[in-house]
Ligand binder design. Structure first.
Ligand code: SF4
Length: 522
């Protein structure tokens, strides 16, 4: 160990949020297709920061380039010049710890009986493990550990009479979430699973068609948003134009509601709705549901900002940027051996003492996952002189993992889960408070649980938005949105989900309500 390494230690800067796995982008009919794909991925960087790739077609050959890191670090003009042609697809990826390898970076490029094809996937298949076993038994050799490769093998083995019927046959055998872009020598396919978990939209710039996870990618390129790819739709783009193919029987829609709470960029339209508008509405409804006398409304930046604006507008309490985010840090950082208390969160956020000192603060964030980061932020605000800290969350408690393309911790790590190993339990104080013992894993947290979380956060009060208000904020009158991470109720057959035995199928239970404000006992 040299003298420098003796003096420092490296710390993981955990980000206590659910994370999207991927963003996808495709372009057809532009002489600088790879450059446009690069810019599209740049706009979608928030959906994955650990690997990215582009595959292009010049009508004869498909060529791919991939790398680890941010889009702007992977691609330079020289590398983009190796990707000629007027069609290209791109992918940016977030991977969980232990899975940070270039092998799993996309697009996946294969040469099979159907010709050369490349695939970029946003989402997660829920029966991929079973298919992988079956396919390996039949002689398929997998190059990656990703579920996307199952789709590739199923397409390659299909006896369909043409590519679109082979894709349809493959996709009708898999379950779960997939927004896919597939490139051949002369066609581009944009496909969304029948439930429509993850977004995928179509844009146009003169004669060039584009597809992207979010419309913010079109804005950067001056392209116009046309419409969403429909759930269960396969859109084939070729020199002949667009052809829309229904490849699967319709299923109840399950748009990911968390896209509107946290994942998507606020300047995007997702599922045809403005994300910023949804988030401001979340804040307004939160203010109505959990009012509290206070001097300032302070967001946890950046994701808490629109909801805090909404809370401020509704309550009339002034909005203040009382926390400043440092945008220039990665996932690890070096700190002195002599540990600094709450070092990770201090690197990311710094309180503005002049805005917080002596104030009753309403601290607005989008979600609480493990709770450890939220507790540090509460401490930070209090240490900056706040007289009271009231935490308000613009979504219900997250009680269950996501299996549809989002990186989430286990039930044990989720502070609001009935199985939480994070939350210190209080003795059951009164028979009127529902007991957690014997409750199913998916049950909505009781007010007793919310009080335990409030104590853990060291907040003066804690209020989560109810599921009903969350649905209202996206005008979900007909249950078209997935809310599984808030209910523990999953819309897909749970056969291959690593769900707990007492999580329930969506048909088994009516929607559940959560939360109340819990105030500190005096
Ligand atoms: S479980 Fe949660 S994060 Fe996953 S798709 Fe459903 S709403 Fe989105």
């Amino acid at each position: 160990m040299n003298s420098v390494s003796k003096a420092v230690r490296r710390v993981e800067l955990a980000d206590d949020h659910f994370h999207d796995h991927c963003g996808v982008f495709g372009v057809f009919g532009h002489t600088e297709a790879a450059k446009l794909a690069y810019l599209g991925l740049y706009a979608l960087q928030h959906r994955g920061q650990e690997a990215a790739g582009i595959c292009s077609s010049d009508g004869v050959e498909l060529r791919a380039a991939k790398g680890m890191g941010l889009v702007q670090d992977i691609f330079d003009p020289k590398r983009l010049a190796t990707l000629p042609g007027d069609a290209a697809i791109g992918h940016t990826r977030y991977s969980t710890a232990g899975d940070i390898t270039l092998t799993n970076a996309q697009p996946i490029l294969i040469d099979c009986g159907k010709g050369k094809l490349a695939l970029a996937h946003n989402g997660n298949l829920t029966n991929a493990a079973d298919w992988r076993r079956k396919l390996e038994h039949r002689g398929s050799i997998f190059q990656t550990t990703s579920d996307t490769e199952v789709i590739v093998h199923l397409i390659a083995r299909s006896a369909g009479r043409n590519l679109s019927s082979s894709i349809a046959e493959a996709l009708n055998q898999v379950e779960g979430a997939y927004s896919l872009i597939l490139l051949t020598r002369d066609e581009l396919y944009a496909i969304r699973d029948p439930r429509g978990f993850r977004p995928l939209c179509l844009g146009r710039l003169a004669d060039t068609y584009m597809v992207a996870s979010e419309t913010c990618a079109f804005d950067l390129l001056d392209a116009q948003y046309i419409r969403d790819i429909e759930p269960g739709e396969m859109l084939r783009i070729s020199r002949a134009g667009l052809e829309s193919i229904r490849f699967a029987p319709p299923k109840p829609h399950q748009y990911c509601i968390f896209e509107h709470v946290y994942f998507a960029r606020p300047d995007s339209l997702v599922f045809g709705r403005s994300v910023h508008h949804s988030r401001e509405t979340l804040g307004k409804l939160l203010a109505r549901e959990h009012p509290v006398p206070a001097d300032v409304v302070v967001p946890v930046p950046d994701s808490g900002v629109p909801a805090a604006i909404g809370y401020s507008l509704e309550s009339g309490i002034p909005f203040r940027m009382g926390l400043i985010r440092n945008h220039y840090i990665g996932r690890t950082f070096i700190q002195p051996v002599q540990a600094i208390r709450d070092f990770g969160v201090k690197l990311k956020l710094n309180p503005v003492r002049g805005l917080l000192e002596g104030k009753r603060v309403i601290l607005v964030d989008d979600s609480i996952v493990r709770g450890t980061t939220s507790r540090k932020i509460v401490r930070l605000v209090r240490e900056a002189g706040a007289r009271e800290v009231h935490v308000r969350i613009s979504s219900p408690p997250t009680i269950s993992p996501c299996y549809y393309g989002i990186d989430t911790p286990t039930h044990q790590e989720l502070i609001a889960s009935a199985e939480s190993a994070v939350r210190p339990r209080m003795p059951d104080p009164a028979s009127t408070i529902p007991r957690e013992v014997g409750e199913p894993a998916g049950a909505a947290p009781s007010s007793h649980t919310i009080e335990e979380i409030r104590r853990f956060l060291e907040a003066d009060s804690l209020g989560y938005l109810s599921l009903e208000n969350l649905r209202d904020s996206v005008q979900d009158q007909d249950n078209r949105f997935c809310t599984s991470c808030f209910t523990g109720i999953y819309p897909t057959p749970p056969v291959q989900l690593e769900v707990q035995s007492n999580s329930r199928h969506i048909a088994d239970a009516a929607s559940q309500e959560s939360q109340s404000t819990v105030t500190r006992e005096t």
